[in-house]
Design a protein around this ligand. Structure first.
Ligand SMILES: [Zn+2]
Length: 193
């Protein structure tokens, strides 16, 4: 029997529909959040990213590590490449990057190398975040480009809830896959003594 690819757990969250008239941090983060939901629906870790300049969206991306089988296919990396292509310049001066979770070491480095003006992230990451969570590459004394940083506080609760629910449901699904499968008609086994 051919095994089909496992389905992602159904995403219990809805996309957001922010007003187009107010182009503030919450607006752009809502677009990044919607990207994260798209990632979930494709069974990718739900992290989304948007790059903006002068109120216009230059790039929208989410993680595609699983589908691309590429450990560098993080939302921020893909968005930075898209934005550079969109403006025909690798220097993303005057651009702001919005991402639903604090960038990892690789992506934090890329935000500096691309000379972004500003990074705004929703959920700090004390484990792997390199823009203030675990460490801060932006504080390297001899780096000649520094970012403006908004670290947490913009749709933070919503983006965290999405990530936590994804990992909780994935864990539950893999626990279920590991336990012996009862036939669907049989009652749940009695508790062991
Ligand atoms: Zn990353």
């Amino acid at each position: 029997m051919v095994q089909s690819a496992p389905e992602p757990p159904p995403c219990p969250f809805e996309k957001r529909f922010p007003s187009q008239l107010v182009r503030d941090d919450a607006f752009f983060m809502a677009l990044a959040y919607n990207q994260a939901i798209d990632a979930w629906r494709r069974d990718e870790v739900p992290i989304g990213c948007v790059i903006e300049r002068d109120g216009e969206v230059l790039a929208l991306a989410h993680n595609t590590v699983e589908a691309a089988n590429d450990p560098t296919a993080h939302a921020e990396m893909l968005a930075i490449t898209q934005a550079a292509a969109a403006i025909g310049d690798w220097r993303l001066e005057n651009c702001t990057l919005y991402v639903t979770k604090e960038p990892c070491p690789m992506c934090s480095g890329a935000t500096l190398m691309s000379r972004l003006k500003r990074v705004c992230y929703a959920v700090p990451d004390p484990k792997m975040g390199c823009l203030g969570g675990a460490t801060n590459l932006n504080d390297l004394a001899r780096v000649n480009h520094h970012l403006e940083l908004t670290a947490g506080g913009v749709l933070e609760d919503e983006c965290r809830a999405l990530l936590q629910a994804f990992f909780r449901l994935k864990r539950a699904a893999s626990d279920e896959a590991l336990s012996p499968a009862p036939t669907s008609a049989s009652p749940p086994p009695p508790n062991a003594p």
